[in-house]
Design a binder for this molecule. Sequence first.
Ligand code: RB5
Length: 142
Amino acid sequence: MRVAMGSDHAGLELKRVLADHLRAAGHEVRDLGTEDGRSCDYPDFAKAVCHAVLDGSAERGVLVCGTGQGMAMTANKVSGIRAAVVADTFSARMAMMHNDARVLCLGQRVVGAGLAADIVDAWVSATFEGGRHANRVAKMEP
Ligand code: RB5
């Protein structure tokens, strides 16, 4: 799977761990920044990842900041994107299966690297169920 990833300075370390984890599992990862630990603005990277998902260059996107919240708030303002902040594997799986959340947001200050890797695994291996969920997802659009 092609996965675009982004973080701010507060999510950089976890993003790197997850990028390595996804690559080791055979996924194609594109890191859209940030590239170093200097203070930066998470919306810039959230938007870059969302646009990669929308233009089809990535099938999914992973965003990491301190809490995951700012990334998700930004991503969910991008038309056509559904992003979920997740801190457990069940929610990660369901966010894909029922909500077709192609963007996953994590907080480096919230989840440890081991749990975050399990969360990403649960989400990348899940698929959208469609059916009644497709109708509900369509109703999310304003
Ligand atoms: C940066 O300090 C922090 O505010 C940011 O990474 C994120 O947690 C915002 O939602």
